[in-house]
Design a protein around this ligand. Sequence first.
Ligand SMILES: C[S@@+](CC[C@H](N)C(=O)[O-])C[C@H]1O[C@@H](n2cnc3c(N)ncnc32)[C@H](O)[C@@H]1O
Length: 929
Amino acid sequence: MKKQKSLNLPATTTPSGPVECLGHQFASDAARREHFIALLREKLGDPAFRRTEGFPVADSDEDILRLSDPPYYTACPNPFLSDLVAHHGKRYKANDTYHRDPFAIDVSVGKSDALYKAHSYHTKVPHLAIVPSILHYTKPGEIVLDGFSGSGMTGVAALWCGAAPESYRQELEAKWKREGMQTPEWGTRQAVLNDLSPAATMITAGYTLPFDIEAFASRGQRLLDNVEESCGWMYETRHGDSRVKGRINYTVWSEVFTCPDCTSEVVFVEEALDKDTKHVRDEFPCPRCKATLTKKKLERFYESRFDAVLGESIKTPKRTPVLINYSVGESTFEKAPDADDLALIDKVAVLALPGEVPSQKLPYMHMTHERARLDDAGVTHVHHFFQHRAAVALAALWREANVEADTTQRRMLLWFAEQAIWGMSILARYAPTHYSQVNQYLNGVYYVGSQIVEVSPWYILDGKLSRLTKAFVRTKSPGSSAAITTGSCATLPLAFQSIDYIFTDPPFGENIYYADLNFLVEAWHRVRTDATPEAIVDQARKKGLNEYQELMRRCFEEYSRVLKPGRWMTVVFSNSSNGVWRAIQEAMGVAGFVVADVRTLDKQQGSYRQVTSSAVKQDLVISAYKPSEALEKKFVLGTTTEETAWAFVREHLSNVPKFVGRATEGEVISERTPQMLHDRMVAYHVQHGVGVPIGGPLFFAGLAQRFAERDGMYFLPEQVADYDRRRASVAEVKQLSLFVVDEASAIQWLRRELTSRPRSAQELTPVFMRELQSWAKHEQTIELRNLLRDNFLEYDGVPPVPSQIHRYLSTNFKELRNLSKEDPELVAKATGRWYVPDPNKALDLAKQRPFAKLLERALLREFEDYKTSKAKKLKLFRTESVRVGFKAAYDAKDYATIVSVAQKLPESVLQEDEKLLMYYDVASMRVGE
Ligand SMILES: C[S@@+](CC[C@H](N)C(=O)[O-])C[C@H]1O[C@@H](n2cnc3c(N)ncnc32)[C@H](O)[C@@H]1O
């Protein structure tokens, strides 16, 4: 029989014959697994391996081994990962001629796709959103990494590049053609997926490793049938007065409160739920004393019950069943629980809690003890999340899945069964306005409501099984091109320069507490996240924004280590605070990445917009590259000269977008503007810990000498023709919107205004005043006349008229056309107008230099005041002074001054100002050196 390779298996099958894996031949896939399980077991005995950052917390080694399928998946750091990558990837070669432009995607497409919905996770980026990005940046067979892979959608996308149906391919190819892009190279990419959470990598394994779908469909059905056989009696109810038995779909439980006036019991659902509108009423009468009640006024009623697992009495809010939804044949009915139903519930309640149900105490976590007080809801241990009947049924599901002999099928059955854990817990709320009561829990929190729906295993899983199998078949279930590891992204078991592309969606600040939320499912698997290195803001674990940024920096440094030079990383940033946005940018920069493009999708226009302001209210796609080895070498030597600055600018210009815009309108590409190029150049030097070899005015003059200028942007000589061609197809090139919040943005605004129309201060004043509406609160106000004096030039009436003004007047005034620069009429009209100095003109520079020097001195003087100020926090200051002061202190290696002044700034200002944060971070690292 022909031997099969274990990677790139045909979609829906697992091999039945001999297999090859990592260069070894095995008689069967089971033999392959046995071999690697034995190796992993041995490795688990190595204390140094166990100390790897992010190593999960397991009840026993066997629990880790039970989940794992080595070498492809381990529920701990994967000791075979770098071998897998070495075996399937290509070594980095310094003469690699790889080049790509940055690429933005719509992160919201594909949310209704059946494969996307096959297994839920707290947040997901759909695989269909990721596919175009992988196609753009990689070739078939190349290695794609996601170190925060969650449910593994990056892996599904990598596989989809090979498995996509013809209709999808045609549609994408047509779209790319319209956008002037080349046809993608279809074919599976190899995915390397890592997450800190075993619950996440378990989902990933289900999504990306091969399994026999048909066998899974029948085994899944058998699992449900067996559970029905053992637990069906717990879900029977009498249909009307007949002897016919109905099958319970769900039982609604209501919390019982007491009336604050008469202390009688109030069954919440019965009194507060409006049976017609199905909404909870704001006010309702007490059934006994008729006092007007609201949910807030009610008092919780606790009852004591003996918890056999804990061997003690516990207090829980009283809950009572109020409604049963059941089926007889194809028909569905509802009834109030009768005496038999209550007797049945009592009968189940005395059954011993099966051993499969986890019962450990909830550790102190933000989600269980701070965000919510779960002990108020009677939940102090994991088994308290379940009504007794639900716990017994879930345990039966778990047991049935675990007895499966075929390990791949066992993992898939657990993948299927674990999807009932949240939905069968008391987190599931009764939602009468919804048709289905499946998985009606609140996302992203542990919230126990006053109306709970206790669903049967079949109600939640029957439909799921058929949908799942269809989803996998429809998409031709992925082959095994994924390699999965569980641990911290800051310590990936991967070799230096082994990865071709990174797509990643890390946690953002304190949006979602993944480890806390994964705790419930992981308790069932008995392998839990080590939350210590979790990259989130989490007060319960004493992690603030600084700790988050530090963790992210280490993760990006690891990304930078394993990525090949000149290759790309796409980071998806979901709606969050500006501080978190800055922290991410800063962490990327310090780790050695250079951001080339930041975009957001404008849903209305159906196109991407660049994001330049610090206000981040939407999902962003950040494209960053790892600089080439040639450039990096220049910085490693540590002797930077003007030439290194220009080498950086050249590389950056080669990597940023060449044209941005829609059919009729182009956009100024912020990365190509002089200010942005200057800022990026400075940041690159500072982040490498070396001095900045060239100052602002020289840099701007040098830009103009070396590169081609178009619409206020700079291009490499070889890029200009392409830009000109695309520029000719649009009517205009639009300026980016700009908010005047401080001195720097005011200067930028004035530069724009005066470039398009040199004019007098008097004319400028009213327009300028209008712009000041967004001026930052902490920012010292600055007079327009001072801004003009320090940064621009005023024409004094001595001929000739500067060409900046001459150009404007002769194009806009008929009577001034074709006049020489000395013409008295022109001179008169030009006198008193302010204009932007031309960095190429020695005269302009000579006129401006004294003012620039004075300005710098004034700014430094002010910085000196901040430095010596006794105030703990500066309330009103000039950010530009702080920026200039930080730069001067950095050049003088006076890191202590940077740190001490930074500590006097309001936290929000420091966190949101890219430049200040950059100096502060570098200084904090070096302060004791
Ligand atoms: C936004 S989610 C990723 C979701 C993923 N894009 C998907 O579609 O399912 C972020 C993930 O990062 C993981 N995580 C947090 N800190 C981590 C760390 N230090 N190393 C690796 N993963 C981490 C969390 O467990 C979570 O699954």
